[in-house]
Write a protein of this length. Structure first.
Lengths: 114, 111
């Protein structure tokens, strides 16, 4: 299993440009998440999904959109890039159970908005 | 409000010098507490999950413990390859499995 994969690894955007960060998992996990991590800070939840067709906002959703058409894929869309969106973005997935289930993370996408 | 605080922010140890990292949390009903290791430029790597006060888990030189208010990650006789940022996160019972992360402890182990 490849686990959670993310593309691209690094991207530079100009202010106002749009882009989609791709995330794919091959573990048949029903839950998927997008986080952002700023330097010296913990991870903040942007959006999450509990299954195909179902998404919900996390702590910091403004400026982002998501969709979940399949179990495997959970892309994150930035419509009008702003310097405040410069960050490292991590996708994660987990399988829902009775107890807290482990989230497995991808390698991240580093985004610079200039 | 659910909250996680980690201390210290940074820790420098000599190889073989044991120490502990602290994770204090406030949550409305704990479903689970998670420890992750993060190397520079990489995603967090899962280490442990703890579910209830008194629980302990070990992996090589690492041992995680849990009380009702905090968790400790004990590092025994660390090696330079243990250098990384260690992240703590909690999951509340009413959270739809969302994680609340602390800001991490950056550990540097010198030979």
């Amino acid at each position: 299993n490849a686990g959670v994969t993310q593309t691209p690894k690094f991207r530079i955007l100009k202010i106002g440009q749009s882009m989609t960060l791709q995330c794919t998992q091959d573990m048949n996990h029903n839950y998927m998440y997008w986080y952002r991590q700023d330097p010296g800070m913990g991870l903040k939840l942007i959006y999450y999904s509990v299954g195909a067709g179902i998404t919900d906002k996390g702590e910091v959703p403004n400026g982002y959109n998501v969709s979940r058409s399949t179990t495997e894929d959970f892309p994150l869309r930035l419509e009008l890039a702003a310097p405040s969106q410069t960050s490292v973005y991590f996708c994660a997935s987990s399988y829902q159970g009775l107890f807290g289930e482990t989230q497995y993370f991808g390698p991240g996408t580093r985004l610079l908005v200039l | 409000e659910d909250q996680v605080t980690q201390s210290p922010e940074a820790l420098r140890l000599q190889e073989g010098e044991s120490s502990s990292l602290n994770c204090s949390y406030t949550v409305s009903g704990l479903r689970g507490l998670f420890w992750y290791r993060q190397d520079p430029g990489k995603g967090p790597e899962f280490l442990f999950t703890l579910y209830s006060a008194g629980e302990e888990k070990e992996k090589e030189r690492l041992k995680a413990t849990l009380t009702k208010k905090e968790s400790f990650l004990h590092i025994t006789a660390p090696k330079p390859e243990d250098s990384a940022t260690y992240l703590c996160a909690v999951q509340a019972k009413d959270s739809s499995y969302k994680l609340i992360f602390g800001s991490g402890t950056r550990l540097l182990v010198r030979p």
